[in-house]
Design a protein around this ligand. Structure first.
Ligand code: ZN
Length: 239
C-alpha cells in the first residue's frame, strides 16, 4: 500500500529509510530521533522475507558481502529488504550491537550508540560482526577498501575485529558509557587474549558476555540440527 519513491525506500519500521548518498551510493537514514541504547531495528535468527540463516560455507557466492557470522558458524544472509543491507560502515559508528549480540525472542537488536537526529545516516562498524575467517571459503581474512566513512580517525581499510588496534577493540568491549557489549560475543571468544582482558577488567560485563555467548552457541547448536553441520575452518594463527 505504501508509495515507493525511486530515491527512498521504506521498511516495516517507518523510522528508517534508505536514501542515496554522495560517496557510497546508498545508506540507511533516520526518520526519527534516537537516544543512546534505543533499538533501531532487529536481525532475525529465523528465516524471514528479508534474510535467511545459511551454513557458513554458503555465505560466499550470492551471499558474499551480505552474509555475516551473526550466529557462530552460520551466515546471516540478507537481501535489500533488510535495513542491515544498506547500513554503511563507519570507523566511528553511531549504531551497532548491544549486550554482546544477546538473542532476545529470536532477534538481535541494532541500537543507537549516540544521539541520532532526523536525517542523519545510521552506520555500524563492520568489524564488530566479522570473524577472522569470513574472507574466503578456505578461511582467509575479510577486508574491504578503501573505506569511505570520511571520519578523521578512519582506518582506511575495513577488516575483521581481530585486526583492529587493541585500543579500538577496547572501545567496543568496554565502552566508557552505555550501551555495553558492542561486539558479538563469539567474536571476542575467538580472541582469547581479549577475552582475558575483559574477564580481568570487568567481572560484571564478563558475566553478561558469558550469558550472551551461551545463547549464541545454543542457537548455533540448534541450527546444526535443523540446517545441518556447519564448521568454518580454524585459521592457522589460532592453532
Ligand atoms: Zn573509515
Amino acid at each position: 500500500m505504501s508509495a515507493l519513491k525511486v530515491d527512498q525506500r521504506s521498511f516495516e519500521h517507518p523510522e528508517i529509510a534508505v536514501k542515496e548518498t554522495q560517496s557510497t551510493g546508498w545508506g540507511l537514514f533516520a526518520n526519527a530521533t534516537y537516544k543512546p541504547g534505543d533499538p533501531i531495528f532487529w536481525l532475525s535468527t529465523e528465516d524471514t522475507y528479508a534474510s535467511k540463516i545459511v551454513k557458513w560455507e554458503d555465505s560466499f557466492g550470492d551471499c558474499f558481502d551480505r552474509g555475516y557470522t551473526i550466529v557462530p558458524d552460520f551466515g546471516f544472509c540478507c537481501t535489500s529488504e533488510s535495513p542491515f543491507w544498506n547500513m554503511n560502515h563507519s570507523c566511528n559508528p553511531n549504531a551497532g550491537f548491544v549486550n554482546w549480540g544477546r538473542i532476545e525472542n529470536g532477534l538481535i537488536p541494532i541500537v543507537a550508540y549516540k544521539r541520532i537526529a532526523v536525517g542523519e545516516q545510521i552506520t555500524a562498524d563492520y568489524a564488530t560482526f566479522t570473524m577472522s575467517y569470513d574472507g574466503t571459503p578456505d578461511g582467509g581474512p575479510w577486508e574491504m577498501g578503501p573505506c569511505l566513512c570520511g571520519e578523521t580517525d578512519c582506518l582506511g581499510v575495513v577488516t575483521g575485529f581481530e585486526r583492529l588496534p587493541l585500543e579500538l577493540q577496547m572501545k567496543y568491549i568496554l565502552p566508557a558509557s552505555k550501551p555495553y557489549g558492542r561486539v558479538l560475543a563469539h567474536i571476542v571468544h575467538d580472541l582469547p587474549r581479549l577475552e582475558e582482558i575483559l574477564r580481568q577488567q570487568s567481572p560484571k560485563r564478563f558475566a553478561e558476555y558469558q550469558q550472551a555467548l551461551k545463547g549464541l552457541y545454543g542457537k548455533s547448536a540448534e541450527l546444526q540440527q535443523t540446517i545441518g553441520p556447519s564448521r568454518p575452518p580454524s585459521p592457522d594463527w589460532k592453532r
